[in-house]
Design a protein around this ligand. Sequence first.
Ligand SMILES: [Zn+2]
Length: 216
Amino acid sequence: MNVVAICAHPDDIEFNCAGTLLKHKEEGDEVVMITVSNGATENHKREIIRSEKNAILEAKRAASIIGAKLYILDYKALDIPCNHKIIGELESIINKHHADTVYTHWHGHTNQDHRRVSMAALAAARCVERVLMWEEGIPHSSCISGFSPQLYVDITGQMDKKMEAVRAHVSQVRKYGKDLMDAIAARARYRGYQIRVKYAECFYVSKLVNDGFLSK
Ligand SMILES: [Zn+2]
């Protein structure tokens, strides 16, 4: 399988679907990560929360832990568009890697960048057989409606390495503190409990072409 994961900011993929990507790698699949912004962020007083240099370093470190090829596009965080240009850029990477599986943000999240990247990824992946949206979980956020997981992935064997990829985002761990790590682990434990394994990640299915459970 050829897998492409598309997110708005460095860390989104690691927090929400790194376990699943690690599982793809273990099974010999190609894994590509696309971060649409370089992750540099300021607060409303224009104070730097995360510098571009730090965000890129952290993203590269996390991608190397996952074993993924990383693309960082040049859109400005908090103001990412959903337009013809970004859809074309995403589509060209999807086509270059012959992707058959795309992971991206859930379309119902409150974060405007997450919603727009979700819609752009959906358009860019319109010819891809599997398009799955991960469960969002950044602090201080809520959702328009409830997230309904439809596909669960057992990540028990990948959990330690997932947390290593999360910890690679030092600036975010510093910003949110130990609560961030606890919350990510607790959510994986809760989703695992639902399917009777130790840890799991779950997804909203946007598209899933039958690849064997029904005869062709
Ligand atoms: Zn984000």
